[in-house]
Design a protein around this ligand. Structure first.
Ligand code: S3P
Length: 421
């Protein structure tokens, strides 16, 4: 199978294409609600983006200072990446802007970007709870800062690096555990110098970006459902072509291998500074493992489906240092705890993780609530592979935020799935 385009890279290519000089032609762009929200927001900032509706975009960049003030608040829907990265890009602009989102996004923490942006000299206000809407008053002169991330977050890092493009001097972000480095790689690809050393990335403001063509690889986070699914399905086997394998994202592969799966990589290549390969995995008896913070940061979005794999493994899996999962699209630890229990799995939760007591016994047919979170819904869809009857999942519309066509992809692989309204 092929998998839709990488969500993180798709957001970034629209933003960097917008402030580059010239036209960037993109293929493999993720056509999903989150990334379309970013396209709409960037269009509202005066950028012409032509789309063929099938992953092809032409972004007519207007240079570093070419954005125009939006006529209305920018609505990023469900997308934390869209909102946090744009907040960085807009903090050093001459115009005012307001960023908002849906109910889930309006509950997520924004002080983690507002505070360092203020230290750079930006005028950024959040709602009193430290959440969206995020209101930015333009016309402030930003200065570079040194910032150390308190919690590992690629969104915060990227927000500050993007603000740094419009700041006087150098903006550096230090991180204790590596988080995805797509922004650093893509800035370099667009010809912008990024200073990098282990645990640190920095930019100096005032440079220019040159338009370029980008082929977006398949999203490893979407592939992860099928990789884990193949491991737990009786006679499961899947081959996925053209998947992005950035080493700051590949925690899911490292964890599945530790659990005893053998993921075979072939046709390795580079696509615009991002490593890409075809992946193949087959059903295996998995074993329980310990997963700590550093590995969690490398596979943060894949922990839910790995918890499902752990439920079908021999022995106990312990996940620690995963407290950030509580502030994703929903509290993913709570959603997984509740859903796995309904499927008959023994779990214990901790503030920053979970203990799953795996078993070869089939999961129990049950009804679970995705809490409107796309990755929770897709995880429990795959639970159907290891259950003794149907798994019903409530509140699944948000699958379209990252993976429209998920149900057909699952069906094509032989899993029965029905959608109802
Ligand atoms: C993302 C970073 C991650 C991830 C999210 C996408 C990004 O969040 O969960 O889905 O594109 O930068 P963090 O900010 O927690 O790293």
């Amino acid at each position: 199978m092929r998998i839709p385009g990488d969500k993180s890279i798709s957001h970034r290519v629209v933003m960097l294409g917008a402030i580059a000089n010239g036209t960037s032609v993109i293929s493999g762009f993720l056509e999903a609600e989150d990334t379309r929200a970013t396209v709409r927001a960037v269009r509202a900032l005066g950028i012409t983006i032509e789309s063929d509706g099938a992953g092809g975009l032409s972004i007519h960049g207007r240079g570093r200072d070419g954005l125009c003030g939006p006529a209305a608040p920018l609505d990023l829907g469900n997308s934390g990446t869209g909102l946090r990265l744009l907040a960085g890009l807009l903090s050093g602009q001459p115009f005012d802007s307001t960023l908002l989102g849906d109910r889930s996004l309006s509950r997520r923490p924004m002080r983690r970007i507002a505070e360092p942006l203020r230290r750079m000299g930006a005028a950024v206000e959040t709602a009193p709870e430290g959440t969206a809407p995020v209101a930015i008053s333009g016309g402030r002169a930003l200065v570079g800062i040194e910032h150390r991330l308190e919690v590992p977050s690629a969104q915060v890092k990227s927000c500050l690096l993007l603000a740094g493009l419009h700041a006087r001097g150098r903006t550096s972000v230090a991180e204790a555990a590596p988080t995805r480095d797509h922004t650093e790689r893509m800035l370099t690809g667009f010809g912008y110098a990024v200073e990098r050393s282990p645990g640190m990335a920095a930019v100096t403001g005032g440079g220019e970006l040159a338009a370029r063509d980008v082929s977006v690889p398949g999203d490893l986070s979407s592939a992860a459902f099928f990789l884990a699914g193949a491991c737990i399905a009786p006679r499961g086997r899947v081959r996925i072509t053209g998947v992005g394998l950035n080493p700051t994202r590949d925690g899911v592969l490292r964890i599945l291998e530790r659990m005893g799966a053998s993921v075979v990589l072939s046709n390795r290549r580079d696509s615009g500074g991002e490593p890409v390969a075809d992946l193949e995995v087959a059903a295996t008896r998995l074993r329980g493992v310990e997963i700590d913070g550093d590995l969690v940061a490398l596979g943060i979005d894949e922990i839910p489906v790995l918890l499902l794999a752990a439920a079908r493994a021999d022995g106990t899996t312990v996940v620690r240092g995963a407290g950030e999962l509580r502030v994703k699209e929903t509290d993913r630890l709570a959603a997984m705890e509740e859903g796995l229990r309904r499927l008959g799995v023994q779990v214990e939760t901790r503030p920053d993780g979970m203990i799953v007591h795996g078993s070869a016994a089939p999961l129990r047919a049950a009804r679970v609530d995705s809490r409107g979170d796309h990755r929770i819904a897709m995880t429990f869809a795959l639970a159907g592979l290891g259950a003794d009857g149907p798994v019903e999942i409530e509140d699944c519309d948000n699958v379209a935020t990252s993976f429209p066509g998920f149900a057909s992809a699952v069906r094509a692989l032989g899993l029965e799935i029905e959608e109802s309204r």
